[in-house]
Design a binder for this molecule. Structure first.
Ligand code: RB5
Length: 149
């Protein structure tokens, strides 16, 4: 698979862990994240990763910050991005099967009950089920055109 990944300073170690996991399994990874703990703004990293993904040729993307919260919120502001902030392998699998998530978000300062690489592996092994979920994805896409007024 071809994967784009980006992180802020809150998830450098997690990014390396996931990139090592992916590359050792033979996947191609575009690393747009930072490799030091110098402060950067997670919306900028979300933007870079999502715009790169939208150019095409990627299977999915990964965004990481301290909690995964800020960078997932930012990613989900971009049309066409369905970024899932998952908690474990179960939610990672369902993010794919039900929500057809094209981005996975995790937090570098979060303690997970499962290894982050196992959570990522569950996401990668799952496939979108379509069917009853398809109408809901259409409704999500329509929300991208919704303003508050
Ligand atoms: C950065 O200090 C931190 O706020 C960021 O990594 C993330 O946790 C935001 O949601």
């Amino acid at each position: 698979m071809r994967i784009v990944i980006a992180n802020d300073h809150g998830a450098v170690a997690l990014k390396h862990e996931l990139v090592d996991f992916l590359r050792s399994a033979g996947h191609e990874v575009a690393n747009l994240g930072v490799d030091t703990e110098d402060r950067v703004d997670y919306p900028d990293k979300a933007r870079e990763a999502c715009l790169e993904f939208l150019k095409g040729g990627y299977d999915f993307g990964i965004v990481l910050c301290g909690t995964g919260i800020g960078i997932s919120i930012a990613a989900n502001k971009i049309d066409g991005i369905r970024c899932a902030l998952v908690h474990d392998a179960f939610t990672a699998r369902l993010a794919r099967e039900h929500n057809d998530a094209n981005f996975l978000a995790l937090g570098g300062r979060v303690t997970y009950a499962e290894k982050p690489a196992d959570i990522l592996a569950a996401f990668m092994a799952a496939r979108y089920e379509g069917g009853r979920h398809a109408d809901r994805l259409v409704k999500i896409a329509k929300l991208e055109m919704t303003s508050g007024s």
